[in-house]
Design a protein around this ligand. Structure first.
Ligand SMILES: Cc1cc2nc3c(=O)[nH]c(=O)nc-3n(C[C@H](O)[C@H](O)[C@H](O)COP(=O)(O)OP(=O)(O)OC[C@H]3O[C@@H](n4cnc5c(N)ncnc54)[C@H](O)[C@@H]3O)c2cc1C
Length: 383
């Protein structure tokens, strides 16, 4: 077992905080760097599948998450003409299972509440490079932090450190579409207990309940709309998202009132990243920095928390950091393979501008909807 080590974590997002909680529990000394000045996060809602809920359970956060999040029983898809393409109930996949809709900032707040080091995070500090052999991090060309025994890089989808660790990405594609995401006040629970994706040709929007930011706050639902990246600012700033949301999903129309400002929406751009290695020297990549993928699967937060868990297990089992990182780099890619394969398949179908591909996607989903194949794929990915 590795004795207390000096560990640097870059990024106070979901993976970074989960790693801090787990590694601090093992007695390591953590120095945590975050680019933003404030350690709270922006964003709208997320859907957590059962494996993410198991992670929250092992962090003793499930009860708190359930008290502010919203139960999601099923994940469905329909066309705007009302044709149901798919409806997958979690309990049909595995008895007693469900999903949880939660606000991104509520999840982050819960995780950071379990991190004893949250007050000591070095915020407003953008790490630009690393010396992974000697264990140093650099803020700008000259300001060095370290040395550290272990560097955990959790700087997200657009990681600047990724190329320095894994200079041979098997895949690093910047998506041409972006997600426009927001929250709608939903006191009557119009969104129900489901995530539904409404499709019209090459445009789609997902709507699902996400509960409240804290147990005393009002209830919200969240939406995520795919738009071409180049058009995303205009969609948001000119309010075109309202017309689109109403057209795709008229039943949330009653929630669209003047309390939602265009500036409350966020634009997320993303990448599909597959690396041939996750570690170099004393540094390891976790979360989106290591394996950013299509948000369509809704597994990114789950995988980031699992990465932190697996890393902590590797450190607990081995005599030194290099051996622990070698084990992590061998085991983790195998566990991630099925998500990466699924992401590779569905990204073109969900993010292409092609109407033909969109029609193929709809036919494919509806023809598979009642087959054992879809159920077994969903079981693999969602439970
Ligand atoms: C539209 C959208 C919807 C999604 N929906 C879901 C969902 O429903 N369910 C789900 O499980 N996942 C979802 N995801 C994915 C999920 O948000 C991510 O996978 C998850 O946040 C990854 O965690 P992370 O810690 O790797 O990165 P992040 O949470 O992005 O955190 C990275 C952190 O690093 C900081 N940082 C960046 N660069 C530097 C630097 N140079 N120096 C210091 N700090 C730095 C950032 O400021 C940030 O705080 C969605 C993603 C998108 C885009």
């Amino acid at each position: 077992v590795i004795g207390p080590s000096s560990v640097a974590i870059v990024g106070y997002g979901i993976g970074g905080v989960a790693a801090a909680i787990r590694l601090r529990r093992q007695g390591h000394q953590i120095t945590h760097f975050e680019r933003n000045n404030s350690v709270s996060v922006l964003g709208a809602g997320m859907l957590l599948h059962p494996p993410a809920l198991r992670q929250l359970h092992t962090l003793n956060l499930l009860e708190a998450a359930a008290s502010c999040g919203a139960l999601v029983r099923s994940v469905g898809a329909q066309t705007i003409s009302g044709e149901q393409l798919m409806d997958i109930n979690y309990t049909d996949l595995l008895a007693g299972q469900c999903g949880l809709g939660i606000q991104r900032r509520a999840l982050h707040r819960l995780l950071s509440s379990a991190d004893a080091g949250r007050e000591a995070v070095v915020s407003g500090c953008s790490i630009e490079s690393a010396d992974t052999q000697r264990g140093y991090l650099f803020e700008g060309p000259t300001k060095a932090h370290g040395p550290f025994d272990l560097i955990v890089i959790a700087d997200g989808t657009h990681s600047v450190l990724r190329d320095q660790i894994a200079n041979s990405a098997r895949r690093n594609d910047f998506a041409k579409s972006a997600a426009l995401v927001g929250l709608l006040h939903d006191p009557q629970g119009v969104a129900g207990e489901r995530l539904v994706q409404y499709f019209d040709s090459n445009r789609h929007v997902s709507v699902w309940p996400v509960g409240s930011a804290s147990p005393v706050d009002p209830q919200y639902c969240s939406f995520a709309m795919n738009v071409p990246l180049v058009d995303a600012p205009a969609f948001r700033d000119q309010g075109r998202w309202r017309t689109e949301l109403l057209r795709l999903c008229p039943n949330v129309g009653q929630l669209l009132n003047d309390t939602v400002n265009n500036s409350d929406l966020h634009i997320f751009s993303y990448r599909d990243v597959e690396l041939s290695r996750y570690a170099a020297g004393c540094a390891v990549l976790i979360g989106d920095a290591a394996h950013s993928m299509s948000p369509q699967l809704g597994v990114g937060a789950q995988l980031a928390m699992e990465d932190a868990d697996v890393l902590a297990h590797c450190l607990a089992e081995h005599q030194n950091v290099p051996t622990a990182l070698r084990t992590y780099s061998k085991t983790r890619p195998l566990q991630l393979q099925r998500y990466q394969q699924a992401s590779r398949w569905i990204t073109p179908l969900f993010q292409s501008d092609s109407r033909l591909l969109a029609a193929v996607r709809n036919r494919l989903i509806s023809s598979m909807a009642h087959t054992p194949l879809l159920k077994s794929i969903a079981k693999e990915l969602l439970t």
